[in-house]
Ligand binder design. Sequence first.
Ligand SMILES: Nc1nc2c(ncn2[C@@H]2O[C@H](COP(=O)(O)OP(=O)(O)OP(=O)(O)O)[C@@H](O)[C@H]2O)c(=O)[nH]1
Ligand SMILES: [Zn+2]
Length: 291
Amino acid sequence: MREGLIYKALSGFYYVDSEGESFQCRARGVFRKKGISPLVGDEVIFQIENETDGYITELKPRRNELKRPPVANIDQVLVVMSAKEPEFSKNLIDKFLVIVESYDIEPCLIVTKKDLLNAAQTAAIESQLSDYEAIGYRTYFVSNLEDQSALADILVDGINVLSGQSGVGKSSLINAVKPDSQLETGIISSALNRGKHTTRHVELIQVNGKYLADTPGFSALDIAHIDKYILKNCFPEFVAREDQCRYRECLHVNEPSCAVKAAVESGEVMQSRYDNYLQLMNEIETRKVRY
Ligand SMILES: Nc1nc2c(ncn2[C@@H]2O[C@H](COP(=O)(O)OP(=O)(O)OP(=O)(O)O)[C@@H](O)[C@H]2O)c(=O)[nH]1
Ligand SMILES: [Zn+2]
């Protein structure tokens, strides 16, 4: 018996990395009967059949999972936003951060296209990023044109996935750290329209011993799985203060003696984050009425 991690799933085979050795594995029928199918990112126990093949016998419990891309046990989702083209949007940043938090995954924030800004615009974005740092998020401000491997230093141990709206530079970030990037970019740009993703299987590539999903994750802002009580827990700066709200179940909206609203008043909590919270709360409530 050996332990390993599924880094690729293709045509019924699971490719397992076990201490640097790769095995092509099938899963035993028992998973199908239980309605569980192994995912990229799953930690597994498998039996070796020969030098290259094996059988997965057990999946270890998952810490979290995403549907797009289908990856389990993610250690960090890098939320990517451009400084310009498309326009920098704190509203979108907050929605992406909420979705990542709702899946119990640690987010960090990368702002790209720094090269397109003048000094004043650069300072303005830096000041916004320091507000996100104050919440506890790690933030990075990069140019893919000037730094070819910005991503390498941002990855954490374990599994990393990028997400963000179209055109912000996710593929550029990934391609720059891919071992065979030159080759791949050439093939993609000649064979496909830029900006369009073909449906392909996700694979975890290794960058300095860390795993990175080679396709970006969700770019749609689906909050169907988030209710009011999940939502308030997706704002770490609210969670840090809720003990001081008068009501235990305070939603920080209309309740009296709310520590979150007080912190917004005093400027300790970003007004824009609170506004985006109210907007999402409203989306959730109007969605419920329709049911
Ligand atoms: N000036 C500048 N352009 C960049 C930077 N990063 C990416 N770009 C350009 O922005 C465009 C979009 O980049 P992509 O990497 O394809 O963006 P994406 O997020 O993968 O987009 P989708 O595939 O649509 O999801 C391309 O023309 C890139 O060359 C950057 O830091 N500075
Ligand atoms: Zn409150």
